[in-house]
Ligand binder design. Structure first.
Ligand code: SF4
Ligand code: MG
Length: 329
């Protein structure tokens, strides 16, 4: 199947007094219709910047380079107006803090009317109601609440109404950036079922940005692991979690397991400075498998089974390179 979104060598950087912050530094991935890609990594690795970058929603001053292929166009070189037109009905973003976007003076039904009238002016009042109720139902909100006001719902339900508003336009692609953080009421199981409904009902491709590997395991088809602005490993969730090929993925999985059992979440060392990232492989100062080659040369992506990995443990043919066997320490 053709990709909904095809990202190639995407770079996003911000100017600072110390020099450019390379928040996203050469990232490539594809998203197919109905597919959910989990994007994971520690705070500050560039996940949110990547999610906003592919939608053209970066703050002023951010620079963008590379390719975001969408409907035969490169969104990176498209004019702001073109991006805005495409984004309206076709691209959506579920915000981290969505509650601010519901107008307390308007009924839920009026939110749907406003959204649909703007983007699909031909619809009748009945059609709008049908679409609104359909998408609310998919989010677990009963049709009887269609005309209620935002304050009549719990925080978790308002979150789901926001998701419904993003989905009522039937976008082909949605970025959901840590929707779990704003939710204290909605439990994980509900989020998982919502994501499942999303796919079944709307065939929406989803970029799901989270730090929760448990949700990724249950709700995503593929996973991309980000470190210091790069995707260091990507592949089918079951394969990556069962046989992680990058040492950082292994550490991340191990820290999650210890989080569940002992309450500790700890990978030795700190995430790198994105103004002056480490030479060669950016993970080398923290990597338990670092070799002499690692700080010297940047590991190019290689295909290892169903995964793509950036690590010198895997040579061009997925083999350990002869010159890489020397341990660094
Ligand atoms: Fe570790 Fe070297 Fe692989 Fe980087 S390239 S993850 S330092 S083994
Ligand atoms: Mg973030």
């Amino acid at each position: 199947t053709a990709s909904v979104l095809s990202v190639r060598d995407l770079r996003v950087w911000y100017g600072t007094e110390r020099g450019p912050v390379r928040a996203v530094d050469g990232v490539s991935f594809d998203l197919r219709p109905g597919e959910t890609l989990g994007l994971v990594g520690e705070s500050g690795c560039g996940k949110s910047t990547l999610g906003r970058g592919v939608l053209g929603l970066l703050p002023r001053g951010a620079k963008l380079d590379g390719e975001v292929g969408y409907q035969g166009r490169n969104l990176v070189t498209a004019t702001p107006r073109e991006v805005q037109l495409l984004r309206g009905p076709d691209l959506g973003l579920i915000f981290q803090e969505p509650l601010t976007r519901l107008n307390p003076l308007l009924r839920v039904s009026e939110h749907f009317e406003e959204t649909l009238r703007t983007h699909e002016p031909g619809l009748s009042k009945e059609q709008i109601q049908h679409r609104g109720i359909e998408v609310l139902r998919a989010m677990g909100i009963p049709p009887t609440r269609y005309r209620a006001y935002p304050h009549e719902f719990s925080g978790g339900m308002r979150q789901r109404i926001m998701i419904a508003l993003a989905l009522v336009l039937r976008p082909s692609f949605v970025v959901a950036d840590e929707p779990t953080t704003a939710l204290d009421v909605l439990v994980e199981a509900q989020i998982i079922s919502i994501l499942g409904d999303l796919r079944r009902n709307f065939d929406t491709a989803l970029l799901f940005i989270t730090h929760n590997l448990g949700i990724v395991a249950e709700a995503c088809d593929r996973v991309a692991v980000m470190y210091a602005g790069r995707i260091v490993e990507q592949g089918p969730v079951t394969e990556v979690f069962a046989r992680p090929q990058h040492p950082y993925t292994r550490e991340l999985l191990r820290s999650t397991i210890s989080l569940a059992t002992t309450g500790l979440h700890y990978i030795p060392g700190a995430p790198p400075d994105l103004v002056e990232p480490p030479s060669g492989c950016r993970f080398h100062p923290r990597c338990p498998s670092a070799m002499r080659v690692c700080p010297e040369r940047f590991p190019e992506p290689v295909v290892v089974g169903p995964q793509t990995v950036e690590c010198w443990l895997h040579g061009p043919d997925g083999l350990i390179p002869a010159d890489g066997r020397d341990p660094l320490v």
